[in-house]
Design a protein around this ligand. Structure first.
Ligand code: ATP
Ligand code: MG
Length: 189
C-alpha cells in the first residue's frame, strides 16, 4: 500500500499523469477537483458552496476540504495504494493529511512534484478552457489560480522537502517521458 501525493500548479498535468499511474499500478485516485465538480453538478449544498470559491479562483476553506478528503479516503477500497491529486494545497491541509493517515496507521510515502514554468501553464489552461467547459479555465481566473498556487500551495515544496519525501520531476516533454520519471520514483519506493 503506497500513498502518493501528486503535486503541481494548476495545469501541471496531475490529473493526466494520475490516470496513467492508476491504469499501470491499480491505485485508487482521489482528485479533490473532480470530487468538488461532481458535487457542483449534482447541485448539493457542498457543491453550491464550492462553486463560489472555484469560479473565483480561490481555494475552498481548509476545514471543509479536510472533512471532504477524509470521507473520500475512508470510502475507498485501498488495495494497491492511493494517489492524492489536488490535496494538500496548503500547509494546514498537509498537516491534516499527515495526522489523518497516522491515525489510520499509515503515511504519505512520496510526494511527486510536476515542475512546469508559468508561461506553459497559462498556455495549457487557456487551451484546455476551449474544450473543458470549466468556468475557472479562463484567462482572468487562471491568473488568479496561479497567484494562489504561488502564495498558498508552493510553500508545500519546502514542507515536503523537510519531510524527506519530495521528488521533483520535469512536467513537460512527452506524456510518456514524464510518466517514466514518475514510475522510476514509485518503483524505487
Ligand atoms: P490540474 O489541472 O493540475 O488538475 P487544477 O488546479 O486545474 O489542477 P483542480 O485540482 O481540478 O484543478 O481544482 C479545481 C479547483 O477546486 C481549485 O482551483 C480550488 O478552487 C478547488 N480545490 C481543489 N482541491 C482543493 C483543495 N485541496 N483545497 C482547496 N480548494 C481545492
Ligand atoms: Mg485536476
Amino acid at each position: 500500500m503506497k500513498n502518493l501525493v501528486i503535486f503541481g500548479a494548476p495545469g501541471s498535468g496531475k490529473g493526466t499523469q494520475s490516470d496513467i499511474l492508476v491504469a499501470k499500478y491499480g491505485f485508487d485516485h482521489i482528485s479533490t477537483g473532480d470530487v468538488l465538480r461532481a458535487e457542483i453538478k449534482a447541485g448539493t449544498e457542498l457543491g453550491n458552496t464550492a462553486k463560489g470559491y472555484i469560479d473565483n479562483g480561490q481555494l475552498i476553506p481548509d476545514s471543509l476540504m479536510v472533512d471532504i478528503l477524509a470521507a473520500t479516503y475512508d470510502a475507498l477500497p485501498k488495495t494497491k495504494g492511493v494517489i492524492f491529486d489536488g490535496f494538500p494545497r496548503t500547509i494546514p491541509q498537509a498537516e491534516a493529511l499527515k495526522a489523518m493517515l497516522a491515525e489510520r496507521g499509515t503515511a504519505v510515502h512520496a510526494m511527486l512534484e510536476l515542475n512546469v514554468p508559468d508561461e506553459m501553464l497559462m498556455e495549457r489552461l487557456i487551451n484546455r478552457g476551449k474544450t473543458s467547459g470549466r468556468a475557472d479555465d479562463n484567462e482572468e481566473t487562471i491568473a488568479k489560480r496561479l497567484g494562489v498556487y504561488h502564495s498558498q500551495t508552493s510553500p508545500l515544496i519546502e514542507w515536503y522537502e523537510k519531510e524527506g519525501i519530495r521528488n521533483s520531476v520535469q512536467g513537460y516533454g512527452s506524456l510518456e517521458e514524464i510518466n517514466a520519471k514518475l514510475c522510476a520514483v514509485i518503483d524505487a519506493l
